[in-house]
Design a protein around this ligand. Structure first.
Ligand code: DQA
Length: 145
């Protein structure tokens, strides 16, 4: 499975900890790898601050991975290109947000990615990645992938 993290998530741990919590990106990466291992799967966990790099990673996933967990961060709210890439590769997608974007500023309430995601987890903090990976594994089982 590919776990993709978008812009500014490399600053987790120091970035607005009252919103995003104390965990670092390294903690999230470790959590995802451990969770995937428990599910009998492997997680390739990546982060980029660049829209095109994220899109390239989605394209690569078409042949390299069975599903995608993505926290598109601010690109959720702006990137039709990332949404189109996810739609194009046709893999199961679970979108994650650490915070409950619906309780935040109005510009965060809409995510372009949600329309192409099989499920959305938001507001569960880093546990959201565990939920997302678990659900993705369930989707893969159900589809016989
Ligand atoms: C976020 C929510 C986004 O609105 C924000 O731009 C982020 C992180 C979250 O995980 O809660 O960078 O995706």
């Amino acid at each position: 499975m590919l776990v993709l993290n978008g812009p500014n998530l490399d600053l987790l741990g120091t970035r607005e900890p009252h919103l995003y919590g104390p965990h670092t990106l390294a903690d999230v990466e470790r959590l995802c790898r451990t969770t995937a291992h428990t599910l009998g799967l492997a997680a390739d966990v990546r982060q980029s601050n660049h829209e095109g790099v994220l899109i390239d990673a989605v394209h690569e996933a078409r042949t390299a991975h069975r599903g995608i967990v993505i926290n598109p961060a601010a690109y959720s709210h702006t990137s039709i290109a990332l949404r189109d890439a996810l739609a194009a590769v046709g893999l199961p997608v679970v979108e994650v947000h650490l915070t409950n974007i619906h309780r935040r500023e109005p510009f965060r309430h809409h995510s372009h990615v949600s329309a192409v995601a099989d499920a959305v987890v938001c507001g569960a903090g880093v546990h959201g990645y565990v939920l997302a990976l678990t659900h993705l594994a369930h989707l893969l089982d159900a589809d016989g992938h």
